[in-house]
Design a protein around this ligand. Structure first.
Ligand code: PAN
Ligand code: ZN
Length: 189
């Protein structure tokens, strides 16, 4: 059932679409409140409402022990100094970990431990895996000039909890400084 070649043969790396999968599209207007620079966000939105990312989700079965997976595709670009990013979430079932595997492009993931607030910035690139432990909020950013594509695999019962992040956002912000992604505390911007 889980065969990377089989998954990728259904995948269109230009549009980010995964044939036969449930597709979720997020446009700039859907990301209100996610970017630190509200002025840059409103200016960008006044100029248009581009697609920022798309996720094709596959849920082969939902029994205990089953896995769900998604292929994400984040378009390149920035809002102010911040890279295009995903909303970010915790898993509704908090112990659920997730395994990310980079497929194309260049990006980073911001990981924030829910209990301690400890934040880490880790690279996400082709042939690079990121293990997101349970109870860890995660957000993905495209730091390159081409679409960033990746595979995310998670327990069937993980679920998505966007509420906590929508309320308080991540403690850290990732911005471009001298051409490189740098993690800064949001309250020190
Ligand atoms: C991923 C994410 C995907 C989009 O499949 O859902 O990167 O990010 P948001 O869901 O935060 O918009 C995943 O982590 N699933 O659990
Ligand atoms: Zn997740």
């Amino acid at each position: 059932m889980f065969n990377l070649d089989q998954i990728l043969s259904r995948y269109n790396p230009v549009t980010g679409e995964l044939a036969g999968a449930k597709s979720t599209e997020r446009y700039l207007a859907d990301l209100r409140g996610c970017f630190a620079n509200a002025t840059a966000y409103e200016e960008a939105l006044a100029a248009g409402n581009p697609l920022l990312y798309r996720v094709g989700s596959v849920e082969p079965a939902a029994d205990e022990g089953d896995l769900h997976y998604g292929v994400g595709c984040i378009m390149p670009g920035k809002i102010g100094d911040e890279y295009h990013l995903t909303k970010g979430h915790l898993h509704a079932w908090r112990p659920a970990a997730e395994f990310y595997f980079g497929l194309s492009g260049e990006g980073v993931m911001l990981l924030e431990d829910e209990a301690t607030g400890e934040s880490r910035l880790v690279p996400l690139r082709p042939h690079h895996a990121v293990y997101v432990p349970g109870r860890t909020a995660h957000r993905t950013m495209n730091t390159g000039t081409a679409p960033l594509t990746y595979l995310g695999v998670y327990p069937a019962r993980a679920g998505h909890d966007y509420g906590a992040i929508a309320q308080r956002n991540f403690r850290c912000v990732v911005v471009e400084r001298a051409g490189q992604p740098v993690m800064l505390a949001r309250n020190q911007l």
